[in-house]
Write a protein of this length. Sequence first.
Lengths: 743, 194
Amino acid sequence: MAEVTYSWPENHKARLIGKRVSRLDGMEKSTGAAKYTYDVNLPKQLVVRALGCPHAHCRVISVDTSAAERVPGVVLVHLIKAPKPGDDPVEIRADGTLLVAVAGETEAIAAEGVSKLKVKYELLESFVADHDLQAAEAKKRTKKAGGGIELDEALGEPGDDDDEEEWEEQKVQELFAQSKYVVEGNYGIDTITHCCLEPHGSTLHWEGDRLKVNLSTQNVSRTDDGYADALKISADEVDVHCEYIGGGFGSKFKPDYWGIAAAEIAKKAGRPVKFLLTRDQELKIGGNRPSGFIDVKLGADENGVVQVWDSHHWGTSGFNGSTVSVGNFPYVFRPKNWRRRATGIITDNEPSVAWRAPNHPQACAITQTAYDDLAAKMHADSLDIFLRNLENIDSPEKSLVYAEQLRIGADLIDWRKHWHLHGKGKRRGSVVEGLGIGIHKWGGTANSSNCLLKIHPDGGVESYCGTQDLGTGTRTICAMVLAETLGLPIEAVKVNIGSSTYPFSGASGGSTTVGAVSESHRRAAQEVLAQLFELVAKKLEVPADKLEASNGSISAVDYSGKAMSWKQACSLIGIQPLEVTSIYKRGDDSPLSSSNVAGCQMARVAVDTDTGVVKIIKMVAVQDMGLVMNRKTAESQVYGAMIMSIAAALFEQRINDPKTGAFINSELDSYRLPRLGDTGELVVHFHEPESERARGVIGLGEPPAISGGAAIANAVCNATGVRVPTLPLTPKRVLDALRTAKG
Amino acid sequence: MSQQSSQGVSRRGFLKGSGAAVAASSVVSSTEAEAAAPGLQVVSGETSITMKVNGKSMAAKVEPRTTLLDVLRYQFDLTGAKPVSLGGSSGASTVLVGGKAVMASTTLALAVAGKEVTTCESLGGDAVPSAFVEHDAQQCGFCTPGFVVAVRAFLNKYPNATEEQIRAGLNGNICRCGTYANILQAVISLVKGN
């Protein structure tokens, strides 16, 4: 059989790829038929609730479970992170840490049981002031988190007798002395939480020694080993299922310790168990993104091109004490001379986990604001300054792409019409308007993915792949690729995903899933079609390479009339289904997918200088993504990412009580997220010249979630003429900045 | 606190009024109730109630603390309404009681006895879910059923809503994935189709 050459159909031939296809499970989601982990009710299940530690830093001395055990309907009480009688105290480092679980017949019973637990704590000093580097140093709560320096070769090398650091310091200071413009600033972005609407958790049961888990997970194929390790069983004894997941955003890759506790409780009780976090637990321990604060000094030449960058940033990832990764400072821009340093701060909070585009949104928000302040200092147009600095970026080959995207974005937001110098716009009553920009980058390499494709002799088509649909429309992409390749209507293919019993597919993280399943499903479909073509070719007496599949039939190009229906063709298979398992490994060179995108966002905002309230008038996203698969769901990804950027720029923040360390806004009435009325007009533009299409599929989930925060912060500065240094730009922070500027 | 769905009400007693739903805060001890309000009755322990759900009469066993959301999800297997924020600030548990949008998570089941409840599961033939699909007004989908019901209730009241009214009138529901732009388009299309 001839070797299959993988490729995508030409644009004019594509029926589904690149078109607007409604998601296949849309009606199930809209009418409540879609069953999420939280919705799975197993016969005789117990419901588990747990006591979250009310203190940020303490020792748990002892737990009295007797009253909880006496609650009618409570079946058992299980220690999670608490000492057994006689054991040493257990140190707790984060508010919300689960201490003791109670399993009962209903949620209400389990909750009542939790309320009866009596715990003795020894309170320890807590520290949560992640913005306050000096205080952290005084409390010995800091850790070095990397850094480095790069100086233009033209500056030479230190001599043999020179102290290297002193020489570097001297050169950096010389560069600042030569700079026409020097900007010094302090910027920041607070910790936010993932706040998945379906909390983390599982509904599971044992069948003998086999553990069957319905898990709200982004990682269907690879959580079994996490259970196996913890429970001392083997991965082949664990089946994980997730048909639908109610949000993950990077936080749902593992069973988590409460998932292991659920399995242990189910084993002890001999009954199925449902254990999902409560809302406040979801916010406290379900996942958070590190904060970042920075002191920056930059020097630019007379054209506003930055020649030297010097920064020290810090922040917290919780009690493990890291911060935003130093590698991306300044973000996208890369002057010829830079020095950067990072310090992690150890706070009494749950450790961070990956958050949509890990590190990038923070790096963007606290460095591209400095570039905008350069424009303000020069009394220059921010767009010009961003464009001029494209001569020094970390991916020089992308500079023309950024320039084109900035031009498109400027047109879409009507930049020339609305632009004014920082703080010099017209005032309508107490309201001023402004414009801002951010630019971003992302990899988006396809993850590994395997697909089992079966073609039945009656023409039926079914596929199996252990991937998951986070809401990006993975299920629909799988079906589109198969239907496009096999020349069938989308309804004719049955896509099965969401089970670890299916062929392996990588976790959905880092914008890797659409690429992954496009690879595996296209490969499987092309391979199966090649086998089918061999059979059809013999029957029709035509060369196999002249056959094509379209409109439900297989026909020979240039042999008019030689054709047979899909069903007839499949009847040639014989009595057993035709099966192919495709294998795609991440990093394999492929004509179907690639990586590395650019992108820009622009925001136009209105700021009420009396109330400090910021409103989005309009936001524009210009995004390249290689080959667009499903235009409809791709647009939704970008809309959603822009709204998440608005959330982090204006609304959401974890607030810790400075004295007790408690996470005090862990409910949705106080952990503010934008609502429908808060989003303004959003415009999405895909930058897709033919050269982009030819790159194949590139992940889209992360990139548009990066630069919106910087764009909004810069727009607020442009409106008011005052930098509000830390995101989210809450009304209080806006008013404080305005007052400070007035003096 | 969302940690306990029903801590506001004890298992012991629920003050049942003859007319409008009694708020959880009205729950008092039986002695106080008897003294304070002739004509009201105290319901204790587990009782059976019926309600008309999506046109069908259904029976449930409830305690005073049992919420409508608990009954729908655990006794009727109607899991469209979601437990996101039990204080009601997410709107994910929105259902219609007597045609009015309420949060099932903050509505006690006893207060719904004998009433008509409509959940998203009955809206398969309604124009709202179809518009959500057409405009891709859903990503992970966990908030979607609550939004669908909220939109239905909103359009019943404001069938000719302007874009400004839509932006102002659907702020009781939260979507974490950020489908607001799509929901807005879906609702605009529904108004236009009116």
